[in-house]
Design a binder for this molecule. Structure first.
Ligand code: ZN
Length: 643
């Protein structure tokens, strides 16, 4: 899973989030090779300064009114007249979801001479889960313009978790990501891109919107950005009415009884504006939020792409959306923040996801975008998912390897990364007596990055060292890369409005592989846990029904499991031995003014701010790990050793 491939740009092109429990990073290996046509010798009639691609999209409907396919026509021009070979490709599998390669019909390439014979090869299956491609190569040289025709068949609904690239139909329309249905040339150059919608087959009033623009649109971009762009056509809802006016806009297909999309989109527009101001935007550029409702979906999630993101939500009954933790709105903020926060060059996903999660919680609080209780709920979620995570003290590589199998492997990147940034923020505010914060450090780095400087992990730790002294690089490595050091978040880390008491969370002995939702396949078995000691092994299929609550129960009880292993039936019985970690239960301190909860200095005058700030941080004292308040008498064994 090579994150670095898509993190080569300053701002990660593609990031993914599922809420509330599922959040994906997307490992798009779409880095394109050297330009194929550049070696062509025939330079006659070269008037164009860059290659061009016109993409005509014609959704086609079945009798039920659903879109069953999209007719795609690519018209490709180039700065040269002839290319010795052209290669097109489409994913067979992409980030844990089936790619479009097996669902392209009538793939045909023509040039000015006529039909071009193609050879077809498939990349080898990657074990990493990031995906692999089918490639079509011309069997002879081609003369531009070149036309490509094919029909992309909308796949049946899927249960597998993964980003919303795949074509989906609902409500008389269709949506997807560029990587989900475009077979593009292998070329790293900038293209002039023109999108042309042909919506004759859709109902009257249908419109087409993409990350490139409302309706037919033009842009200059690399083809990789086209693959991370979003496309949506049909009877779409729009915010503001009438579409994009230069800044934020939203488009959606379908609706669900639990959603109030007009209100959510108005909130998203307000949030975008507030975040844009915070991150110091000087120009207003179009930014698009796409939302698709999928009745067959059981989870929701989003993926950020080219100045836009797509959010996918299920149909749910009215009132079923949890109001407390900000749910959908937090995901919206998270995806938008990716576009400003980006990552540090050379950093693992802890940086991009840690930054996005940190800013999402902190800025929604400070900019007044969510009620204070949502911030408390988020702190409790992060604390529980960190301390109750069997990968808490694992290396990021080990956790990453479990990404698709176990949501704990996936969540670790977000929770460990964001809690790390929160502890840095508290440390900088304490060291500077409230004069400086992590945001000062980060915004300075983002400004330098915007000026063209390469901001690496080293650049970041050098900037941190100025605030906190030497040792920050080693700390970063031990906390978020190797996982050997466990984070402690001080009860006054967020000022006088918040505090925490000790609580306990149970680390599950094992989890079930979510890639095999029909059977209970054991993954993430913790070495020397009770289940491990009883003989359970990763890969075993447990046929006894086991609920998630049973896996995180703090009760000592008899466990009886019927197990299938390599065609053999086994029967295991053992006493559970809950592995308990201390965690932090956050709450709001009564009586503290709202402005202080939102991050204002607790004092009313400027002159005393330093004093009062250092006063409340002087009480910061890491509690001994061995003195938690023991609320329950349960046999305890500190969880250690990652699965
Ligand atoms: Zn994210």
């Amino acid at each position: 899973m090579s994150f670095e491939n898509f993190l080569t740009a300053l701002v990660p092109r593609i990031q993914t989030t599922l809420t509330p429990l599922f959040r994906w990073v997307v490992f798009v290996t779409l880095a394109l090779g050297a330009p194929v046509a550049a070696s062509a010798q025939d330079v006659a009639a070269d008037t164009a300064v860059m290659p061009g691609i016109e993409i005509a999209l014609r959704p086609e409907r079945n009798k039920a009114g659903n879109v069953e396919s999209v007719l795609v026509t690519l018209q490709i021009t180039d700065t040269v007249s002839v290319a010795p070979v052209l290669e097109f490709r489409a994913p067979i599998e992409l980030n844990n979801i089936p790619g479009i390669a097996d669902r392209l019909r009538g793939f045909r390439v023509d040039d000015s001479i006529g039909a071009v014979l193609m050879t077809r090869t498939d990349d080898s299956v990657e074990a990493s889960g990031s995906g692999y491609n089918r490639r079509w190569r011309t069997a002879r040289s081609v003369t531009f313009p070149v036309t490509v025709n094919y029909r992309a068949i909308v796949p049946p609904g899927r249960l597998r978790a993964g980003p919303p690239f795949d074509l989906r139909t609902f409500g008389g329309g269709v949506s997807g990501g560029g990587a989900g249905f475009l077979a593009l040339p292998k070329d790293s150059r900038q293209y002039h891109v023109h999108i042309r919608w042909d919506l004759r087959a859709l109902q009257r009033g249908a419109i087409g919107i993409s990350s490139l623009g409302d309706g037919d649109a033009d842009a200059t971009m690399a083809l990789a950005d086209l693959e991370s762009s979003w496309f949506m056509a049909g009877p779409l809802g729009q915010y503001p009415k009438g579409g994009n006016t230069g800044g934020f806009s939203a488009a959606w297909l379908g609706t669900s009884p639990d959603l109030d999309l007009r209100a959510d989109m108005a909130w998203a527009a307000r949030a975008y504006q507030a975040l844009s101001t915070f991150f110091g935007d000087t120009v207003q550029r179009p930014y698009r939020f796409f939302l698709r409702v999928l009745p067959e979906s059981t989870t929701s999630g989003g993926t950020a792409g080219n100045r836009s993101f797509m959010l996918q939500v299920p149909v749910r009954p009215r009132g079923s959306t949890s109001g407390g933790d900000g749910g959908l709105r937090s995901t919206v903020a998270h995806e938008m923040i990716h576009g400003w926060a980006g990552s540090f060059q050379g950093a693992g996903p802890w940086a991009s996801e840690g930054l996005a999660t940190y800013f999402t919680a902190n800025l929604q609080r400070r900019l007044g975008l969510q009620p204070i209780k949502a911030f408390v709920a988020e702190l409790n979620r992060l604390s529980e998912q960190y301390n109750g995570n069997p990968y808490r003290n694992a290396t990021s590589d080990v956790a990453r390897a479990a990404f698709w199998a176990d949501k704990n492997g996936e969540l670790l990147t977000y929770v460990r990364g964001s809690l790390y940034f929160f502890t840095l923020d508290a440390a900088i505010r304490e060291a500077s007596g409230g004069e400086r914060s992590l945001d000062d450090v980060l915004l300075e780095l983002f400004a330098r990055r915007a000026d063209g400087e390469t901001v690496t992990v080293r650049t970041f730790t050098n900037a941190l060292a100025k605030e906190l002294g030497p040792g920050v690089a080693a700390q970063l490595d031990s906390v978020v890369v190797r996982g050997t050091k466990t984070l402690f978040v001080s009860p006054d880390a967020f000022g006088p409005c918040f505090t925490h008491s000790w609580t306990q969370v149970v680390v599950p002995d094992f989890a079930f592989d979510r890639r095999t939702p029909d059977v209970q396949t054991v993954v993430s078995l913790v070495p020397s846990s009770a289940a491990d000691g009883a003989g359970l092994r990763n890969g075993d299929v447990i046929t006894t029904p086991v609920t998630p609550e049973m896996l995180t129960s703090d009760r000592v009880e008899q466990m009886r499991l019927d197990v299938l292993r390599g065609g053999e039936s086994l029967y295991l019985t053992y006493m559970t031995r809950p592995m308990v970690n201390e965690s932090w239960q956050w709450s709001r301190v009564p009586g503290v003014p709202l402005a202080v909860c939102r991050g204002a200095e607790p004092s009313t005058t400027q002159s005393s701010s330093r004093q009062s700030s250092s006063k409340h941080s002087s009480s910061k004292q890491p509690r001994s790990k061995h003195s938690p308040s023991k609320k329950r008498a349960i046999p305890k064994r500190r969880a250690q050793g990652s699965p």
